[in-house]
Ligand binder design. Structure first.
Ligand code: CAP
Ligand code: MG
Length: 423
């Protein structure tokens, strides 16, 4: 007799809960599809099996406890014994694994996961968090301003360092490698780190401000470990990882090294999972996993720049990675989540930004963000130093509650940026 997983009277207790958008294939009812999903993501398969026993069928069986036939949204409560504590790969292999490939399913999107206390506390979370980063940079309450060295790849290590130096001199707190810049024939990782940190020190002396370089250590995991140690040995305080392409296990390995370095999480390739509203995994879910794994900074989108995302989505992700408790908000697939002592993650807004967008961005996302602009700094008519100055001037204008247009009357770099890109 096949197991029944649907029980809309079931009340979850201390379980991992998933909310999915579920569209069955033709000829399959929503309830049938729910049964398939619940079985395949836990203890079942396509048919009943003689090796099943009472203990498994009662103790480890998940329950589909909510089915909304209007919105095709379902909720499943999974006993925590189904999951390995501290392992993101195993959790995803269960509740975001085979089920996507089932013939019975036309579309499936994991909208959110809520983790019970024992699972949440089995992860390290960020080492620094927002407070730790602000303390390191000695910047109390304004947005941090960063840039990405552009062209994305192509510069030599010395040229890269020079662009970074100009950005720091112009006022950037942070300079990062681009997501696809790692160890190139024309720009070797070790040489880039040495040259760029040398000019970071020079920029700190000249400006009297703390300056940060975020080298991209993304590579095969043992190579990432080597590169992280190299950065530390050279006096770097940050590492950047492309967490989706490097993978969750690699991210967890680097975090567990506990090198005392700030981890900046780039999310390149996330849109292969997050962009389709009917299929994949929400960025909200990815952000929660990244916070558990222990990134200190995470790209969350801008809503005003070049990348896809609505203001509500981006605001909700920022809230989810900053708050101690998230209360359920049915409208936006927000499930209740207590974060206990897992530190908040710094939201990074990047992608198509320039000085003319800074006021809208801060209004949308608050001052507690990291604003990054690549083209929006290196594309300034007067070059990188002026571009960085224009970004800082835009932030100053917002903090002084003066319109960008008015502030530009007395700040030529901002004026030229607004003339080129508008507001
Ligand atoms: C931005 C960027 C970032 C994107 C990533 C780029 O450069 O360096 O990788 O922001 O998007 O390569 O596009 P620009 P997201 O400032 O020149 O656009 O932050 O949405 O993950
Ligand atoms: Mg980039």
């Amino acid at each position: 007799m096949p197991l029944e997983y649907i029980d809309t009277k079931y009340k979850p207790r201390n379980e991992l809960i998933c909310e999915y958008y579920l569209e069955p294939s033709k000829g399959i009812s929503l309830n049938e599809a729910c049964e398939h999903i619940a079985a395949e993501s836990s203890i079942g398969t396509w048919t009943d099996i003689v090796t099943m026993n009472k203990r498994i069928a009662t103790k480890l069986k998940p329950h589909v406890f909510s089915i909304n036939k209007k919105t095709n949204e379902i909720k499943i409560a999974y006993p925590i014994e189904l999951f390995e504590q501290g392992s993101i790969p195993q959790i995803l292999s269960s509740i975001a694994g085979n089920i996507y490939g089932m013939k019975a399913i036309k579309n499936l999107r994991l909208q959110n996961i809520t983790f019970p206390k024992s699972l949440t506390k089995s992860f390290p979370g960020p080492k620094f968090g927002i407070k730790g980063v602000r303390k390191l940079l000695k910047v109390k309450d304004r947005p941090l301003v960063g840039t990405i060295v552009k062209p994305k790849v192509g510069l030599t290590a010395e040229q890269h360092a020079k662009v970074a130096y100009n950005a720091w001199i112009g006022g950037c707190d942070i300079v990062k490698d681009d997501e696809n810049l790692t160890n190139m024939t024309f720009n070797k990782f070790n040489k880039r780190v040495i040259e760029t940190l040398k000019l970071r020190d020079k920029a700190e002396k000249i400006t009297g401000e703390k300056k940060i370089y975020m080298p991209n250590i993304t590579a095969e995991t043992s190579e990432m470990i080597k590169r992280a140690h190299f950065v530390k040995d050279q006096g770097g305080e940050y590492i950047m990882i492309d967490i989706i392409t490097a993978g969750w296990a690699a991210l967890q390995t680097i975090r567990e090294l506990d090198l005392g370095m700030v981890i900046h999480a780039h999310r390149a390739m996330h849109a292969a999972l997050t962009k389709n509203p009917k299929h994949g995994i929400s960025m909200l879910t990815i952000a929660k996993l990244a916070r558990l794994a222990g990134v200190d900074q995470l790209h969350v989108g801008t809503a005003v720049g070049k990348m896809e995302a609505t203001p509500a989505e981006v605001q909700e992700i920022e809230e989810e990675i900053e708050e101690k408790i998230m209360l359920e908000n049915k409208k936006h697939h927000v499930l209740e989540q207590k974060w206990y002592d897992i530190k908040p993650v710094f939201a990074v807004c990047s992608g198509g930004l320039h000085p003319g967008l800074v006021d809208k961005l801060i209004k949308l996302m608050s001052k507690n963000i990291i604003i990054q602009a690549g083209g929006g700094i290196h594309g300034h008519p007067d070059g990188t130093i002026a571009g960085a100055r224009a970004m800082r001037q835009a932030v100053d204008a917002v903090l002084k509650d003066i319109s960008l247009k008015k502030y530009a009357q007395t700040h030529v770099e901002l004026k030229k940026a607004l003339t080129k890109w508008g507001e």
